[in-house]
Ligand binder design. Structure first.
Ligand SMILES: NC(=O)c1ccc[n+]([C@@H]2O[C@H](COP(=O)([O-])OP(=O)(O)OC[C@H]3O[C@@H](n4cnc5c(N)ncnc54)[C@H](OP(=O)(O)O)[C@@H]3O)[C@@H](O)[C@H]2O)c1
Length: 271
């Protein structure tokens, strides 16, 4: 069962599915992603007791990084769209010994905000326009901080600066980091994603239109001459790699099916 509901709506259905073994439930909301209650409360408000208990039954399903670790999982918490782009850039970077938390700049299309009308998704205000929103307070900071802590042990989390762009679908995100000592960042990214079917490490900064309509993430990494400063750029379709596609990929992995079953690989360029 895939749940793509408004925040706070999933717990009753999710509990029923998990109790009715052998069901598998993949939830696309933020209700079960974060385990640290203080972190969750800071970004989303306190989690109701029923949801808190249920969260322990969900694994964080960043499909291209977790891979076969998802096999057999019955509760899958699909990451947020910005968090997916951010973490696909951060996961290999975490192993390179960053000297501090990377800085992340992201821009999203209007479909990231859902179907309900909002001033910021109204066409005359959104078209041909770019603006920052949720400064220093984007909710996906919570799951990014929790994963970063798990990967590096560092309490100081990367900061996500998000922007609204004049397009409907897609997220483009760039991360900048300094490394404590020189490293072969390009080689490390290629090795990290060598077996990831949906992540392509590309030589030039990726382009958003190349991944739209697909479950792919295109990632580039460039290092300075001393190889102690890197810039990573990533492009995803927020509705596929950042939502429905990743959810299907995670369920495929949990059930031991072909990871790519039912998933689009080719984009819609030009779109
Ligand atoms: N959009 C993205 O890029 C994206 C990416 C990753 C994750 N997500 C997450 O995925 C979820 C859905 O996102 P969305 O963009 O599709 O939002 P959305 O357009 O606002 O859709 C939410 C849907 O949930 C339904 N719903 C709400 N409460 C319900 C209930 N109690 N029982 C049954 N249906 C209920 C609504 O139905 P009605 O229309 O009938 O009210 C609506 O169709 C959210 O939790 C969001 O955070 C979204």
């Amino acid at each position: 069962v895939f749940l793509a509901l408004e925040p706070g709506a999933a717990h009753a259905i999710a509990a029923d599915v998990l109790d009715a073994a052998p069901g598998v439930v993949c939830d696309l909301s933020a209700d079960f992603r974060v385990k640290d209650e203080a972190l969750q409360a800071r970004h989303y408000g306190p989690r109701p007791a029923a949801t808190r208990a249920l969260a322990e039954r969900f694994v964080y399903a960043l499909a291209d990084v977790a891979g076969q670790d998802l096999r057999g999982a019955r509760g899958l918490a699909a990451p947020g769209c910005f968090a997916t782009a951010a973490q696909l850039a951060l996961a290999p970077l975490a192993g390179l010994g960053p000297s501090g938390p990377p800085v992340l700049f992201g821009i999203t299309g209007s479909s990231g905000a859902g179907a309900a009308f909002r001033e910021t998704t109204h066409h005359p205000l959104r078209a041909h326009n770019v603006f920052a929103y949720a400064p220093l307070s984007h909710r996906h900071d919570a799951e990014i901080a929790e994963r970063w802590r798990a990967w590096t042990g560092a309490a100081d989390a990367p900061r996500l600066a998000v922007h609204a762009g004049p397009f409907v679908r897609g997220i483009y995100l760039t991360a900048h980091a300094r490394l404590a000592s020189p490293a072969d960042a390009v080689g490390a990214f290629r090795a990290f994603y060598a077996r990831a079917r949906f992540v392509r490490v590309v030589a030039e900064p990726p382009q958003l239109t190349h991944v739209l309509g697909s479950n792919r993430a295109d990632v580039s990494v460039v290092a300075n001459e001393r190889e102690d400063e890197i810039q990573v750029s990533i492009a995803i379709d927020n509705l596929i790699k950042g939502a429905a596609g990743q959810a299907i990929q995670a369920v495929n992995l949990s059930l031991g099916l072909d990871e790519g079953a039912g998933l689009p690989v080719g984009g819609a360029f030009p779109c």
